[in-house]
Design a protein around this ligand. Structure first.
Ligand SMILES: NC(=O)c1ccc[n+]([C@@H]2O[C@H](COP(=O)([O-])OP(=O)(O)OC[C@H]3O[C@@H](n4cnc5c(N)ncnc54)[C@H](OP(=O)(O)O)[C@@H]3O)[C@@H](O)[C@H]2O)c1
Length: 338
């Protein structure tokens, strides 16, 4: 592994310039089982050394704890990092395990102030609507987000898991720099409508869970058997029971390509996601999540892999064969509303 920094790409027409791979920080203290804070901090440092500049968090990750955890790193490197966080998943006071989707102006205003405070910064570089509340017109939500830009609280806007129509309507109100949606060898539903809309509008795609939440690395094959009880992947239909067994078999062609190249499965999955930029004709910045510095190195090294046409053809049918949805309730994803 050399220490050469990865190339950069611009998010949207006037968004920030970022390294072509970002870092998903959610698992550093939320959602994916036991963590080691020291390792997670080392992962952040290593990523920055390698040219990773886009760091992804959300207010909902650990009810603000993820933002708090990242704050010292962000403050120490304020001019080198692009901080992306999100609002929309509110936690009802009577049940901290639940999430209510809120896109209304009073909620957004409350959320941005809380994120700024936890992050302890003056401005958020990229502020995403995390989930869509269909009871609030998207124009109204993005109108409020645009006010935050004018007030200097936020620099650029993003949307997560929006449909193509929602993206178009939003972009007409204020330029959207990036759409963040699940996109991987296992999850390609956004290619039908969202990706072409983003390309037409000049909006970048930030694929989340590009490693299929870790499943594409082969590090677990059945969430109920392999992961701890607090790990939320146990609730995802494709990682349990018969679905998990069928889906594990789909890793074989990925494994064969990885072995032939002396690469890992995860690197092939990330190279595939990255290559969507040239295939689909728009900027793509995957944000694999890891809390281990060695895995940051491995994942960043995937930016130097270019898959051949034959390899791409081998990988092409995998997503259509995946058993089980990516969420227990697909209304949570854009595909459930398209
Ligand atoms: N907008 C949204 O709704 C949304 C939803 C989900 C996630 N996200 C964002 O996207 C980021 C990435 O998604 P994700 O974390 O869900 O899934 P992911 O990046 O597909 O996979 C993360 C999992 O893979 C493991 N992993 C990472 N690199 C590895 C490697 N080289 N070898 C083996 N295992 C490896 C990680 O474990 P270790 O950490 O132990 O390495 C973790 O369990 C999140 O951190 C979050 O910021 C956004």
């Amino acid at each position: 592994m050399t220490d050469a920094r990865i190339p950069t790409v611009r998010l949207g027409t006037d968004g920030p310039e970022v390294g072509v791979q970002g870092l998903g920080c959610m698992g550093m203290n939320f959602g994916y089982g036991p963590t080691d804070a020291g390792q997670a901090r080392a992962a952040l440092d290593r990523a920055l050394e390698l040219g990773v500049t886009l760091y992804d968090t959300a207010d909902a990750y650990g009810a603000g704890e993820n933002e708090r955890f990242l704050s010292p790193f962000f403050k120490a490197h304020r001019d080198e990092v692009v901080i992306a966080t999100k609002f929309a998943l509110s936690i009802p006071p009577d049940d901290p395990t639940k999430r209510i989707i809120r896109n209304d102006a009073p909620y957004i205003r409350e959320a941005v102030e809380a994120s700024l405070k936890r992050l302890d910064v003056d401005v958020i570089d990229l502020y995403y609507m995390h989930r869509r509340d269909v009871n609030v017109p998207i124009e109204e939500t993005v109108g409020t987000m645009a006010e935050l830009v004018r007030e200097g609280k936020v620099k650029h806007l993003g949307l997560s898991e929006v449909t193509a129509d929602e993206l178009r309507a939003a972009h007409a109100v204020h330029p959207i720099a990036a759409v963040q949606s699940e996109w991987s060898l296992f999850s390609r539903d956004i290619e039908a409508r969202v990706v072409p809309a983003a390309r037409d509008l000049g909006v970048a795609l930030v694929p989340y869970s590009p490693l299929g939440r870790g499943f594409l690395t082969g590090s677990f094959t059945n969430a109920e058997q392999d992961l701890t009880p607090d790990d939320f992947r146990r609730q995802q239909p494709r990682f349990t029971g018969e679905n998990a067994a069928a889906n594990a078999a789909l890793l074989e062609p990925i494994r064969a390509i990885a072995e032939a190249r002396g690469a890992t499965l995860g690197q092939i999955a990330l190279a595939w996601a990255q290559q969507r930029a040239s295939v689909a004709g728009l900027p793509v910045v995957p944000i694999p999540g890891t809390r281990k510095p060695g895995r940051v190195e491995e994942n960043v090294a995937a930016t130097r892999i270019t898959l051949t046409e034959d390899e791409l053809a081998t990988l092409e049918p995998i997503a259509s064969r995946v058993s089980g949805d990516r969420y227990p309730d697909m209304r949570f994803a854009s595909a459930g509303r398209e």
